[in-house]
Unconditional design. Structure first.
Length: 233
């Protein structure tokens, strides 16, 4: 198993909520993206390296249907996406243009892209759902991207939902939204996450037994010792 595969496998068992807590302890607060929500229920949890796409506000001489044939286009970007990546698109939260539709999403599925995450909407909602590509977006709209956006490039730093994202950072998305893990912290979070989930599951059982929260959550030294002792049984 490759290093990435081991990291991703571990992170598939860690909620985005837990990841935000782990990174909060390291001083990172702006890691949850405002705007992207699951396009449908039941998407589960996805993990992958970020493949970034950047849009800027539409300029009439550039944001045209003809621009879709340009080498610097969303079409060109999709052909550059590696298998297993998560496409993260900075649409600046602009709500009136869908960055991708069903045909582009279908091609992403063929290229084995793991998911699409954007702080803007997509279009052709029913068609996008039909492709089975996991999508986190700000909903759906009818107009195409060039109605309000100009595509300017891929694999450069972007801001998505108020979060700074660099190519190859690790993205985790689930029912609570999408979060960023800086590339240099991915292995550390993957190591800490499963144990944090086990601890919190144990704390939940203690709460269900009637235990009081002070000293339990967060656990004090006595609680931690009790937890460790019970783990060994």
């Amino acid at each position: 198993m490759t290093a990435d595969a081991a990291i991703f496998e571990a992170l598939k068992g860690v909620t985005t909520a837990t990841i935000t807590t782990i990174l909060l302890k390291k001083g990172l607060r702006k890691i949850w993206m405002r705007g992207p929500r699951p396009l449908r229920e039941g998407l589960g949890r996805v993990v992958g390296r970020a493949f970034t796409l950047r849009f800027v506000p539409a300029r009439e001489d550039l944001a045209t249907p003809e621009s879709w044939s340009s080498p610097t286009s969303t079409r060109g970007a999709i052909e550059a996406m590696p298998e297993g990546c998560i496409a993260v698109a900075d649409a600046m939260g602009i709500p009136e243009a869908g960055i991708f539709g069903d045909i582009l999403c279908a091609r992403m599925v063929q290229r084995r892209v793991t998911a699409l995450i954007t702080d803007g909407p997509v279009r052709d909602g029913a068609g996008v759902l039909g492709t089975k590509l996991p999508v986190w977006s700000a909903g759906t709209v009818a107009p195409a991207s060039v109605a309000a956006l100009t595509f300017v490039g891929w694999q450069e730093p972007i801001g998505c939902g108020g979060v700074a994202i660099f190519p190859n950072d690790v993205i985790v998305a689930d029912d609570d939204g999408a979060v960023l893990i800086p590339a240099n912290l991915a292995a550390e979070v993957a190591a800490a996450g499963p144990e944090q989930e086990r601890l919190e599951a144990w704390i939940m059982r203690e709460v269900e037994r009637g235990e009081k929260l002070p000293g339990l959550y967060p656990p004090n030294a006595e609680t931690k010792a009790r937890y460790e002792a019970e783990k060994k049984r």
